[in-house]
Design a protein around this ligand. Structure first.
Ligand code: SF4
Ligand code: SF4
Length: 247
């Protein structure tokens, strides 16, 4: 069988999503039989971009001119472009301080160094190029990554999840931390797929997978208010992983 040609690139991010893939240690020998990771700077020696890829998996958001160029090149050369992780999907923690004003942040961190002049407010991939699919998470679950790769072998893109963490939490018959313990759990507004990892360990969901489609923010804020959480605190928590949340 012909191996699929894959490019894996990291933009502004912590590299955790790429690392999650490398952490699939048991599966790596099989993956290497089926995929040709032709461009993967984090894991292999630097390589020039090839003319074509079957898929490009891109981690992180865009905050530098050279990232724009790389992303556009990958888009141009790839049949599919897949956003890997919450930063790529909606900005994530890399865009956490977008609301604070670029100039102020630049001075606080870099002083007058010209390095910072090359950066701009982080934006998600879909702000610049067409994104064919998203595998969200901070980082994505290992099973999701393997499912996505298995799908690519069949020429299929991953099916987008459209339910919140609460759905999986209820399926696991967990105690609801919001209603029973008055904890600020962001599960109702957060995209599922993690198997309610945190609430299952009695830890409130932090919203690391970004917003669920058609999240009912108004209703959720009402419930949070009944539990004593004000809107600003809730939105502040939500914005740690997705700056698009607005009051
Ligand atoms: S604990 Fe959180 S994720 Fe689970 S049902 Fe309650 S609000 Fe939803
Ligand atoms: S429960 Fe919430 S914070 Fe925990 S992994 Fe899932 S989405 Fe992320």
């Amino acid at each position: 069988m012909k191996k699929l040609r894959i490019a894996i690139a990291g933009l502004t991010a912590c590299s955790g999503c790429q690392l999650s893939l490398l952490n699939c240690e048991d599966e790596l020998p099989v993956l290497l039989e089926m995929f040709d990771f032709q461009f993967f700077p984090m894991a292999t020696s630097p390589a020039l971009l090839a003319d074509e890829y079957d898929a490009a998996l891109v981690e992180g958001c865009i905050s530098m001119p050279h990232e724009k160029e790389l992303l556009q090149e990958l888009r141009r050369r790839s049949r599919y472009l897949i956003a890997l992780g919450t930063c790529a999907a909606c900005g994530g923690v890399a865009a956490l301080r977008n609301g604070d004003g670029r100039e102020l942040l630049r001075q606080q961190v870099y002083g007058h160094s010209p390095v910072a002049d090359e950066t701009f407010d982080p934006i998600p991939l879909q702000s610049l190029v067409k994104v064919d699919a998203v595998v969200t998470g901070c980082p994505p679950e290992k099973e999701e990554l393997l499912r996505m790769l298995a799908g690519l072998l069949r020429g299929a893109l991953p099916v987008g999840i459209d339910y919140p963490v609460c759905t999986e939490c209820r399926m696991r018959e967990n105690l609801c931390l919001l209603t029973e313990r008055d904890a600020l759990c962001l599960g109702p507004l957060t995209l599922g797929g993690c198997g309610a990892r945190c609430p299952s360990l009695s830890v409130p969901c932090e919203g690391c997978r970004g917003p669920v489609p058609e999240a009912n923010l108004v209703e959720a804020l009402e419930v949070y208010a009944q539990k004593g959480f004000d809107r600003t605190a809730v939105i502040g928590r939500l914005r740690r992983f997705c700056p698009e949340w607005k009051l």
